[in-house]
Design a protein around this ligand. Sequence first.
Ligand code: ADP
Ligand code: MG
Length: 701
Amino acid sequence: MEESKTNQTVSDFFGCNVFSDRVMRERLPKNVYKSVQRTKQLGIALDSDVADVVANAMKDWAVEKGATHYTHWFQPMTGVTAEKHDAFINPTSNGEVIVEFSGKELIKGEPDASSFPSGGLRATFEARGYTAWDPTSCAFIKDNSLYIPTAFCSYTGEILDKKTPLLRSMEVLSEQALRILRLFGNDRATRVVTTVGAEQEYFLVDKKYYDQREDLVLTGRTLFGAKPPKGQELEDHYFGNIKQRVSDYMKDLDEELWKLGIYAKTKHNEVAPAQHELAPVFATSNIAADHNQLTMEIMKKIALKHGLVCLLHEKPFEGVNGSGKHNNWSMTANDGHNLLDPGDNPQDNLQFLTFLCAIIKGVHEYAPLLRLSAASAGNDHRLGANEAPPAVVSLFIGSELQDVLDALEQGRKYTSVADKEFEIGVDALPNFPKDTTDRNRTSPFAFTGNKFEFRMLGSADSISCTNTIINTIVAQELSEFADALEKSENFERDLRSLLVKTIKEHKQIIFNGNGYSDEWLDEAVNVRHLPNLVSTVDALPEYLRPENVTMFEKFKVYTETEIRSRTEILLDNYSKVINIEALTMLDMVRKKIIPACIGYSKEICETAAVKKNLGIDCFVETELAEKLSALITGIYQETKVLDEKVTAAQSMNEGLEMARCYRDVVLAQMQTLRALVDEAEMNVSENIWPLPSYSKLLFTV
Ligand code: ADP
Ligand code: MG
């Protein structure tokens, strides 16, 4: 068994657990296969008899691969995935069972998932939601179950998940982008898809240390921990050679992901010790979102097999870089053209600049939406902390492209690095470097040659919300452009003036310098007046701004009620996370940290007493005991204060008021308490301190 596996090549097992296009072509009658393809491309419903054939083929394939159950797999607003498994078996009248799976069961499920957050969309008496098959994302097998990717809605039509709005936003972007392509004379393309590659950062720690830390187990991050003597200052981990244990893990992980048809491609060590990254080859947005959810799940699962725990929290360790997720985004027409590729003929260049300007305008006008798409209690520890982009959204385009926009704005010819002159829209512009060293890594939204990279997301986030927002705002701008240009009698002239106007009005959002510097923050806020939404609590209320609601409703991505419910769920989640963290701190201090400090103090005092009896000087013991005694008093008192503050927060009105109280009152007190505990850690014997240290967590894998 082992041997045959080592003889297998990746191409032998890549996608072996996926009901892929190839499997469908092999197993479905030609006309049925064609219907499924049509459904995929046009988003139309399958006839019930066709669905029965597909379901049956899917079941046969799954059963051959050892599956006994199927599940509608969906993405409720908790940000993680949900599943409920049913066996394929059905009873027969003579008391036996048959293995069955109907088209109805494939297309629609009723998980009765009434406990998922709906933000007030569903009262419990009408709590039932249903799941609907998303044929654009392939079914797959995991742990003996056939997983069917689905959307999750209420019977009254409200969306209750993260997939539905993403699919809708892809649809609207396609429609609006096609209008622009038509203006440029493109009659071939019939669809524009958005593509995403999500680079995923994570930490690996030893399970035996993890298990000893209630904070990691309950909250995903360390709530205490003195700074280790060595951190990331030597930068010896970044792209460093990968240790055997980690490389075994990565190999296993790659194989598991490949079997599920996920193109895990790049892996390397990240900046912080014990931190790593995995990047997949890009896919269409909804598949990338499904795959990223699966990737996060499999990362955690495989880690356990290696005696490790994979931490996806945005900030597991204070003083050490946290983890993010870079969302690489582009648009491709189905005639094969990446619309963010500058291209090599004049026509393509002007078209590229049109899409670019739409994005510049969109990011400027809807920056708060992008910011809030990355808002969470965990990510608040990263954004603006010199390791991730600031909370101010800006856009990087690089010096070459900046020169092109300047030339366009000023109505002159563009001179390239090689001193060659080009006339925009008349000549072919040179190819811009995709991977030069000046690639700016501090920008929240950076053009990287043929795609944009949104860098604000936290490692644990679902990428759905971000991509729903990017797609919708770009669709919004493209629709405005198309409205203006479709009426034009002189396309070339009117397009130019539209682009120039857009650049003039929105170039404040472009910033090509160091996004981590204090000067930039000052300029962004005070000179350019860009919104600086520092925390989740500042960002979330922006969702309901009238212009945002109007846009989402115009494109039927969200209704106002749906936005309101989403805002509520996110605020509620924020409060809950901090509440759990505070309670965990209280528990750890009372049951572990204070007892440990008292125990050590006793040891010291006993030694001092013995020494004193013998007439030996006990200066060291006395000083240590006094210091510890003061710390214990401080810890005890700050714990009481934290307890009171949590109680106060719990009694606030739910929503914004409560979330504000957690941020301003509870979180601040948690920091005060932590500082004292971390100092105590530095003054107590390692043998007595009840928590594995940062050194152990970060440097022993
Ligand atoms: P870096 O770490 O320098 O940002 P990586 O190679 O780690 O670069 O990641 C680049 C990511 O961008 C990959 O996930 C890749 O698939 C993705 N990507 C490349 N081209 C596109 C595209 N056209 N659309 C979306 N994502 C893309
Ligand atoms: Mg990147």
